[in-house]
Design a protein around this ligand. Sequence first.
Ligand SMILES: NC(=O)c1ccc[n+]([C@@H]2O[C@H](COP(=O)([O-])OP(=O)(O)OC[C@H]3O[C@@H](n4cnc5c(N)ncnc54)[C@H](OP(=O)(O)O)[C@@H]3O)[C@@H](O)[C@H]2O)c1
Length: 220
Amino acid sequence: MQLGFWGGTGTEGSGLAMRFAQAGARALIGSRSLERAQAAAQRCNQILGAALVEGAENPALLERCEVVFLTLPADKAVAAVSAANNLLRPGLILVDVTAPVAFRDGRVEYLQPDAGSNSEAIAARLPRGVELAAAFKTVPAHLLSNLTSPLECDVFVCGDSKAAKEKVIALAGLIPSLRVLDAGGLRTAQILERMTVLAIELNRRYKSKEARFRIVGVHP
Ligand SMILES: NC(=O)c1ccc[n+]([C@@H]2O[C@H](COP(=O)([O-])OP(=O)(O)OC[C@H]3O[C@@H](n4cnc5c(N)ncnc54)[C@H](OP(=O)(O)O)[C@@H]3O)[C@@H](O)[C@H]2O)c1
């Protein structure tokens, strides 16, 4: 299966593409520019030491992939999904990774969307037959991109489509050193997006780039 990373030229998307490629999946990085997509794929392949990642323009990515990770800036993702609506085919699974945060006066803030969360705002704009799950919102880009560091954290997957959620849980489980937890319906994205804010605040206070989460007391 080919996994797409819409806006995968950024650190989060490239990091995920490399982690999945390393785990045996075919990864396709998408961009508004073919040159940027190919350059990002080349950078990933240099790090991986093998030609495992390809680049494509975002519309080609939507045509070629059955599962597409949304790794655009959070404040651009809703508009991008709306604009690409005619390219979103029934059966496509979108995985929303976005977390709407902003930095003001050196502090991080959650920009709560009217829909409750960015994931719910995106879900409301999807054509019938396209399913959405949210995942990886709390996994730091810096760490994903550093392939020599084990992730050693939990990844929370939530969504209202059982089939999409199960697919994403199975995919996330391919990445070693991640524990995958089913975090319930899509409304949980409201919590996960805020958890990202907490991780950023902890990074700031403790001068780190790697704050992430591990839940104790549950044994999936
Ligand atoms: N950074 C983290 O640690 C972290 C952790 C968890 C979740 N996230 C979430 O992951 C997502 C990606 O983060 P990132 O830091 O990798 O993002 P980013 O570098 O800011 O953006 C990713 C890519 O999105 C594309 N893009 C930018 N503006 C766009 C627009 N107006 N329309 C369409 N595409 C646009 C750009 O690609 P092209 O110019 O090549 O098209 C850019 O390289 C964000 O939503 C973030 O909230 C990040």
